[in-house]
Write a protein that binds this ligand. Sequence first.
Ligand code: NAP
Length: 277
Amino acid sequence: MEQGGNGKQKGKRKSLRDSVVWITGASSGIGEAMAYDFSRMGARIILSARRTDELERVKRNCEGPEENIRIIPLDLSETDSLTGKASEAIACWGEVDVLLNNGGMSQRALAAEAEMPVIRRIMEVNFFGTIALTQAILPHFIARKSGYVIVISSVMGKIGTKYRSTYAASKHALQGWYDCLRQEMYEHDVDVSLVCPGFVKTSITLNSLTADGKTYARMGDGQSKAMSAETFSRKLIPKLEKRKAEIFIGGPEIATVWLKRLSPALLNAVLKRAKVT
Ligand SMILES: NC(=O)c1ccc[n+]([C@@H]2O[C@H](COP(=O)([O-])OP(=O)(O)OC[C@H]3O[C@@H](n4cnc5c(N)ncnc54)[C@H](OP(=O)(O)O)[C@@H]3O)[C@@H](O)[C@H]2O)c1
């Protein structure tokens, strides 16, 4: 029996092009690029983020049929609203097949200086909002004995570097939560994939929060030289079709994940000397 990383028989799964895919963080960067690829493939997509004008722009730029694209604005930090948003999403076509949890924000602050409300804000969006939205759609997936939960985590969900303590904490928390969820979902035929990108050239660093909650408003060195969101999306989608439990896409920084497993001491020695911005 041929099985992917999530254990369900391949033949029983819907292909992504035949799916309803709900994408958070669809107003820019990785989510935007994935929206274009999914719509080009013929998938029905639901675009979510806070900025409705940007979601409208993404919808206009999609190549697929207009009737295949819906918009549901949402704020991941407003967790009480997310059950209602899931009902709205299901009502679009009577079903959701894939939840792509991509919306998130980063950080540029020393751990010793980051203010607690800012720490809470990042955790609200990246962790609590993401898991609350997943909880909101899970009864639908479980009732249908079918569904696919994707989470865009990060290499920072596996290692830690300077200036990203809360961001790394939020992504490590996602790793733990979704690893547990995967085990619980086997009996319901619901798949869970954690995606760990390295650097991708998007606005993530521009939008990241400083110690006192201001926007960092500078492009990170890693991001500015990295692959585009379009390249990232094209690399990711074939891997999602296989529903692997974990997916790594990026440049040399991905090696840090393997180095941590092989020799945490050596990774620490490398990171201590590295110029991290
Ligand atoms: N770029 C990288 O190098 C990199 C590396 C590893 C992981 N990632 C992950 O990839 C994901 C996408 O980031 P990106 O690189 O594409 O950055 P981005 O261009 O800044 O996109 C972030 C997206 O998240 C949405 N978002 C932010 N706060 C939100 C909130 N409170 N509620 C709902 N949506 C919210 C934003 O939309 P609105 O502002 O319209 O709400 C935007 O669409 C993130 O989870 C990030 O951690 C990125």
